[in-house]
Ligand binder design. Structure first.
Ligand code: ADP
Ligand code: MG
Length: 394
């Protein structure tokens, strides 16, 4: 790791601003998954034990630069209070006179949780004035929000202009170390699996990883875009115009690398027009009009599973089907099982894929499950992460 981390610097008595990723799912005011809070605890506890004064900032949801009460971090502060050995104080905002006073009076046995940074337009536009206010009186900045390191926002990049010492948190350090083998991997033994719904979101990843991977496996609704681009019948299966265009672009430009792409050979589909609800498996070239392919079929499970078994490094982002609804979770489950059983180094990234892995109980069987979707994919494909670049070198 070329960057300083929180364990390389003296934190004793320092006023510290920590960027965490507390973008947790909240339904009716209740946090439904606190994994992201848990993953930030090692850094928070290290700072508290060192006697630092800890102020936390994070975004939550997409409030578009204005106050959205449902996207307040208050429920997170309440949950965090139960998880750390310190009193957690919820700030009314993330900048302003009240917050400045709260920060000035903060004690080392307290933690201040600032309100959602995205309540201000200056967060996403990386406004210098907003960044300076957010930096406040901090002497040390710790970035532990791996899932946001690919975005040059005020709370990830802007604040580093105004704080003397800027270092990686323990989670960011762990993520970078665990993802590094995938970033360096190329050639035989490197298998990439992409799924989910939108080719257009992952077109860069396909373009960059196809020349490096031995096999690039495509599952999920993404695969139907490639089917359609080859004039195959996909019935009523999910395939937005943008996804189709992205698939066509890949086919038109990736020439000699295209034979590394592995697509499903069969599907699990349901009849939608007419809506009989009947389900059946079919070969990839036998999808019928009016049918909706919601998952890969058993032959594809075996094909993808074999590729994973023979691999040395596997990077997986995106579910293989509509995993939220049974039985269309079977393809994703079979792939998760293959990853759990292989001797390969296995990394899973992406909000939905990580959720599927956790829900199916395979989390501990993977070499690494990343807390970042976009950040993990951009790092693995070889891009710089602005939030990491902005930190101090060792
Ligand atoms: P991730 O968050 O892991 O990056 P995405 O957000 O790209 O993944 O895609 C996940 C979504 O894609 C899930 O909601 C899943 O239900 C959906 N999906 C995957 N395959 C299909 C399919 N065949 N038909 C409909 N939806 C699908
Ligand atoms: Mg998603």
């Amino acid at each position: 790791m070329p960057k300083l981390s929180v364990s390389d610097v003296d934190c004793a008595g320092k006023r510290v601003l920590v960027r965490v990723d507390f973008n947790v799912p909240i339904e009716d005011g209740v946090i439904t998954d606190d994994t992201r809070i848990e993953r930030a605890l090692p850094t928070i506890n290290l700072l508290l034990e060192a006697g630092a004064t800890v102020t936390l900032c994070s975004h939550l949801g997409r409030p578009k630069g204005e106050v959205v009460p449902d996207e307040s971090l208050a429920p997170v502060a309440t949950r965090l209070d139960e998880m750390v050995d310190a009193e957690v104080i919820m700030a009314p905002d993330c900048i302003g006179d009240d917050v400045t006073a709260l920060r000035a009076n903060l004690r080392a046995d307290q933690v201040l949780m600032l309100e959602n940074t995205r309540f201000h337009p200056g967060e996403k536009s990386n406004d210098p004035g907003f960044a300076r206010a957010l930096a406040g009186d901090a002497e040390l900045f710790v970035d532990d929000a791996f899932g946001s390191t690919h975005r040059a926002h005020a709370s990830t990049v802007g604040v580093t202009e105004h704080i003397d010492v800027c270092v990686a948190g323990l989670l960011v350090r762990e993520e970078l170390e665990k993802l590094q083998p995938c970033r360096e991997a190329s050639g035989e033994g490197f298998v990439v699996i992409l799924g989910g719904a939108k080719v257009e979101d992952k077109i860069d990843a396909i373009r960059r990883l196809l020349p490096r991977a031995e096999k690039l496996i495509i599952g999920g609704a993404m695969a139907w875009a490639f089917f359609k681009a080859r004039d195959m019948e996909i019935g009523t299966s999910l395939c937005k115009k943008k996804s189709l265009e992205a698939a066509e672009e890949i086919i038109a430009t990736m020439g000699k690398y295209l034979d590394r792409m592995v697509l499903p050979v069969d599907v699990h589909m349901v009849q939608k027009e007419p809506d009989t609800g009947e389900m059946k498996f079919a070969a990839a070239d036998a999808i019928e009009p009016g049918w909706d392919a919601l998952d890969i079929g058993p032959e594809t499970q075996a094909l993808f599973g074999a590729a994973v078994r023979d691999a040395q490094i596997v990077f997986w982002n995106g579910p293989m089907g509509f995993f939220e609804k049974r039985p269309f979770d079977e393809g994703t489950r079979a792939l998760a099982l293959a990853l759990a059983e292989t001797d390969a180094y296995t990394v899973v990234g992406g909000g939905d894929s990580a959720a599927a892995i956790a829900q199916m109980g395979f989390e501990d069987e993977m070499s690494h499950v990343s807390t970042g979707g976009g950040a993990s994919i951009e790092f693995v494909q070889g891009d710089a992460l602005p939030g990491v670049d902005a930190l101090d070198d060792k």
